[in-house]
Ligand binder design. Structure first.
Ligand code: PAF
Length: 282
């Protein structure tokens, strides 16, 4: 596996790689866990050349958010990426991606304003802008994203369609710890007590799946049950619980065919999100 930081090096290497096959791309902010590695493995299985970018993007963090405390574990990340078949690890600098005078960003529509977008103003604009820049440089055939950031996948899909990027999005399932907690680089910042109660998110989602299996279709009833479960943990602050259309993310009154249940909570210093796709049948 090669590691480079310069944009020009990536452009040159990807041009060569493109001659012999399909390029897969996994954009990341580092602190790799099994969720990231599952994306890299899939990319390696489906593509001839795999590029992983590692860049903690300041543009997607709000003023009060955890940019400085975001985990940075480059040497471990490098070993992990090499072990799952990544060909190129790209670690760009902030100065290269946001040079003096930088002022062009992606303006997003409705899909970016609800849920995570409402809780974290400017977040998706930062995500979309960096992803657009990375796609422009790597020009991958396939882009690999994790379903844990469900709304992020929707926003990026929308941008790719609207701006005619020539890449296929592959969204892969959430990877979970044994006790159900969705894997996230932020989990390591939970105290032992917080970590012990964190799996309640997944339990609440599973409870909703069960309700649906037993015939419940009313959004209010489903959301109330999830909210009550989460609120049973004193130190947990519920930010939102939403049942929405899986593509537009508009809130649903009733579950018809399919819906996605999204949750976000604050637990100690960490914001946790999780989701599950609910289907009328199965
Ligand atoms: O999901 C992430 O880690 C980031 O939002 C992404 C897509 C790498 C953009 O910085």
């Amino acid at each position: 596996m090669k590691q480079v930081s310069k944009i020009q090096s990536v452009v040159k290497i990807r041009k060569e790689a493109k001659k012999t096959g399909r390029i897969g791309f996994v954009p990341t902010m580092g602190a790799f866990h099994e969720g990231h590695l599952s994306l890299m493995r899939k990319a390696a299985a489906e593509c001839d050349f795999v590029v992983v970018s590692l860049f903690v993007n300041p543009l997607q963090f709000g003023q009060k958010e955890d940019l400085t405390s975001y985990p940075r574990t480059l040497s471990k990340d490098r070993k992990k990426a090499a072990s799952v078949g990544v060909d190129l690890l790209w670690t760009p600098t902030e100065a290269a991606l946001y040079p003096d005078g930088f002022q062009t960003t992606i303006e997003l529509g409705e899909i970016s304003r609800c849920w995570e977008g409402a809780s974290r103003p400017g977040h998706f604009q930062g995500v979309a802008t960096i992803v657009a820049k990375l796609l422009q440089i790597v020009r991958p055939d396939r882009l690999y994203l994790g379903q844990k950031d469900y709304q992020q996948v929707c926003v990026i899909r929308r941008m790719i369609t609207d701006l005619h990027f020539e890449t296929n999005v592959r969204a892969l399932p959430i990877m979970r710890e044994k006790d159900g907690l969705a894997m996230s680089s932020r989990n390591r910042r939970l105290s032992a007590d917080e970590r012990a109660v964190a799996p309640i998110l997944h339990q609440a989602l599973r409870q909703a799946e069960k309700q649906v299996r037993h015939g419940e279709r009313n959004a209010v009833t489903i959301l109330q049950a999830v909210t009550e479960t989460l609120k049973s943990i004193q130190r947990m602050t519920v930010e939102y619980v939403a049942l929405c259309d899986p593509s537009s993310l508009e809130a649903l009154d009733r579950l018809e065919k399919e819906g996605v249940l999204l949750v976000a909570v604050q637990l100690g210093p960490v914001r946790l999100i999780d989701n599950v796709l609910l289907k009328e049948k199965g």
